[in-house]
Design a protein around this ligand. Structure first.
Ligand code: HXC
Length: 257
């Protein structure tokens, strides 16, 4: 697929998707989402890629869903046409995805970032779910994921007022994992992604799956799930290699087996 709305690169074992609709502050339209899903599917099935980064421009990660594309939508056509069907596919990826966020991260853009596994933000990042100002509410998981990140009080504040939160507040609230200087954003994300990609792929994928269970199940069920997967790791060659390498004081050579 030739991409019009994203730029796709690989850096060693890291896949990089750059949202690229500068004329619309990377507003997300159906074409962009289709291209992004295609690129992500490519990285998922590529054994040489262990982690993916999604980023935008310095000015905007993404300023939301494309309002111009949405403005004339009708209920029945949206229902029959399965509008938003592909928008949450990123939450089904099994390999880790890092969102490297600079500038505006609004509406569907924030929902996209929250479907990634780690959000690294530049000091210039601004987060909001401003849908309420357009006569709608978040529709790609925002009302459900934001309270899980930052709690009900702040989520209600943001969703009902539509106000923007700066990077410092986002870090304080638990929305973002790290805040870095704007010029360091991509390097920091690439370094984190390269580190993740250097580990055993199946083990990393199982760790991601297990942490995500914590969002969806009770503590007892989650702990049981963790125990099962933890024990299964002793059936892998990479567990043997990782521990032998530690004891021999050498670097492990993970083979994803
Ligand atoms: C379509 C958008 C856009 C958007 C910006 N643009 N955001 N186009 N959809 N979400 C376009 C503008 O129309 C303009 O193009 C160009 O990008 C530059 O934007 P400006 O507004 O001129 O820039 P600035 O003055 O710097 O203001 C930046 C901004 C503002 C504060 C981010 O653009 C803004 O408020 N955007 C809308 C943010 C928003 O409401 N997002 C939520 C969308 S709803 P032209 O050609 O006109 O000059 C949503 C629902 C998700 O996300 C639920 C389902 C997934």
């Amino acid at each position: 697929m030739a991409y019009q709305n994203i730029i796709v690169e690989t850096h060693g074992k890291v896949g990089l998707v750059t949202l690229n609709r500068p004329q619309a502050l990377n507003a997300l339209n159906e074409a962009l989402i289709t291209e992004m899903n295609d690129a992500l599917a490519g990285f998922e099935s590529n054994p040489d890629v262990g982690c993916t980064i999604i980023t935008g421009s310095e000015k905007a990660f993404a300023a939301g869903a494309d309002v111009k594309e949405m403005a004339e939508k009708t209920y029945v056509a949206s229902y029959l046409g399965k509008f938003l069907d592909g928008w949450t596919r990123i939450s089904e990826t099994r390999k880790p995805v890092i969102a490297a966020v600079s500038g505006f991260c609004l509406g569907g853009g924030l929902e996209l970032a929250m479907m990634c596994d780690i959000i690294i933000a530049s000091e210039t990042a601004r987060f909001a779910l401003p849908e309420i100002t357009l006569g709608i509410m978040p529709g790609a998981g925002g009302t459900q994921r934001l309270p899980r990140f930052i709690g009900k009080a702040k989520a209600m504040d943001l969703i009902l007022t539509g106000r923007m939160m700066d990077a410092a507040e986002a870090e304080r609230s638990g929305l973002v994992a790290r805040v870095v200087a704007p010029e360091k954003l991509l390097d920091e994300a690439l370094a984190a992604a390269a580190k993740i990609a250097s580990y055993s792929q199946p083990i990393v994928m199982m760790a991601k799956e297990t942490v995500n269970r914590a969002q969806e199940t009770s503590l007892a069920e989650g702990a049981r799930f963790e125990r099962r997967l933890f024990l299964s790791m002793f059936a892998t060659e990479d567990q043997k290699e990782g521990m032998k390498a530690f004891i021999a004081k050498r670097k492990p050579d993970f083979r994803n087996r």
